[in-house]
Design a protein around this ligand. Sequence first.
Ligand SMILES: Nc1ncnc2c1ncn2[C@@H]1O[C@H](COP(=O)(O)OP(=O)(O)O)[C@@H](O)[C@H]1O
Ligand SMILES: [Mg+2]
Length: 358
Amino acid sequence: MVKLRMENDKQSRRILENISTSVLVFDDQLRLSYLNPAAQILLAVSAGRTQNTPLEHLLSGSEHFFDNVRQAVATGHPFTERELILLTPDKRQITTDVSVTPLFDKTQESTVLIELSQVDRQLRIAREEALMAQHDATRDVVRGLAHEIKNPLGGLRGAAQLLARELDAPELKEYTSIIIGEADRLQNLLNRMLGPNTLPQKSDTNIHEVLERVRHLVSSEAPPGIKIVRDYDPSVPDLYADPEQMIQALLNIVRNAAQALGDKGVITLRTRAQRQFTIGHTRHKLVASIEVIDNGPGIAPEMLDKIFYPMVTGRAEGTGLGLPIAQALIHQHGGLIECSSHPGETIFTLLIPLESKA
Ligand SMILES: Nc1ncnc2c1ncn2[C@@H]1O[C@H](COP(=O)(O)OP(=O)(O)O)[C@@H](O)[C@H]1O
Ligand SMILES: [Mg+2]
């Protein structure tokens, strides 16, 4: 077995054990002789059980990649492939940039070094940036439109009021009161579309207290067949946030989950602290992640891209404002809401930076 000459080089071993790139070393028969912890995590395998495992069993799904590796071993020429899609032993699909470097030992025993760096993460960051830009753009359009409508609407309402005063016949007053009533309804809708117009009143906020409030509210209004399960990590530090706004944002999401479930189902509220986490462009030392997971029917793929837009709803009695408002509220805290969904599992993830006291 190849030792990589690391035993006498603690420093290089420490580096290998701690880098985020997955490193695998194979012998000339393409059987595994070493993999670092990042590779163990990526492939979900342990070092002990995988000694001498053939390359094909660890990374499958691309014949042409194996041919290239064999050729690299034969010729001694390294190669790199970008955004290669491979399957892990547990059949997960991963997208990685791969570098393959044949190494020649003094003893002429050749080995091959394979480095994998997962690009799903980068794709996620690109997607988040697009998502954030999209929210900003929609918010601007909606704001502009709502303001344009608000002024003439105020005029209409005022005129209807004046007219009502001049009218004697009660059956005519009924018409003016309809105008006033409908103008108020529109006004209300516009105010909600404009979203939060107060700046957040931030203070140290315990996310679990917020979640408990939301849990009680939703449990009391939802059918008894809907269970809300708590999976809280008590070590998540306090957020510097507006507790009322956090309650509102989470309430919108948890209510949607309850509505999607109908009579029965499970909603899980999960909190975690994530270190060194990137939201959009910005890398944060510590981020709170709050997940609302339900086992309901899921969101149709063609709908999934649009649910954060205002007025997008899948429910007859819906307004399509719950999610854009939640997104705007979390945005005010420097955070982001993401969603992934397939039938049986819908996850809304709120990511909120923990270090910013701004
Ligand atoms: N957990 C969920 N499961 C399935 N569909 C969901 C879920 N959450 C949101 N949706 C879909 O997203 C739509 C938009 O939600 P929202 O913005 O809160 O507006 P509304 O609830 O008024 O329809 C919902 O109508 C529903 O179709
Ligand atoms: Mg809703």
